[in-house]
Design a protein around this ligand. Sequence first.
Ligand SMILES: [Zn+2]
Length: 298
Amino acid sequence: MPKPAARNLAAVLIALLTVAAFLLIINPKKIFEAYRAKKSNDSAPRPSTFKQLVEEQKSTPAATPSPTPIPLTFEQMNDKYGPCVKSSVLMYHHIQKELTEPEYLTVTTNVFRQQMDYLKKQGRVVISLGELADFFKTGGNTPSKSAALTFDDGYFDFFTEAFPILKELGLKATVFVITDEVNQPGYLTWDVIKEMNRSGLINFANHTRDHQNVGGDYSAVEQQIVIADIALKQANTNVPKIFSYPYGITSQNAIKVLENLNYDLAFTTQSGNILCQGQRLALPRIRIGNSSLSYYEL
Ligand SMILES: [Zn+2]
């Protein structure tokens, strides 16, 4: 005869096995689906650094959660928000010789060079954002395989690393400047901004005065955008008027301010390559890292 303790243990084991068998036999589909859901969740991109985590938290404040994007086809988008054009607006921050922190905001000079060569080889026509604004105004044509280049924050490495490559290849770009940071260490100076603006390739556009998110009240948001607008005007740039939302956060107040200031286009950090007139003040972009552009479906 087994001892009572061993008998209890055996009874518990049998009970557990019965429950497990019941779950597997009765509802294996549900279990599989739960597993698959977990898997796809795991493969979603996740913040790699603490700073990135903080940035992402900032960009998705609890008070104004982003709606879950429902992917629409080009035709559906065109019906709803059209006219639309399929074009990839690439988003960069730092271009640096070495991959230094923050890595997720940095593309190395060598990779950037390869990416620009790739655009040319693929026959992509790099348009200025002015050409995109014209498309929305006049409904004209944009090339069927187009792309546009944007650089956020106005770091000085744009001048030393990106601009020489863009100039050599004759590629147009837009740099979104935080105007209070101009002339500060690590950021562009007004002198080089004016120099690059004279090349006719680069437009410097509005990324607010000091990179506060524009989710606040109307007058605070207006101040952020108007002060930057005046500074850019003095440097003879930001024509046409183009804006990029700090942290990608849009708001009704910001859109109202931009409309009242006659802004043509505004960009979020939302991912997408269908650009529609009806969304011209909340357009998507594609965040580029250190992979080949084919990875980003270009
Ligand atoms: Zn920024």
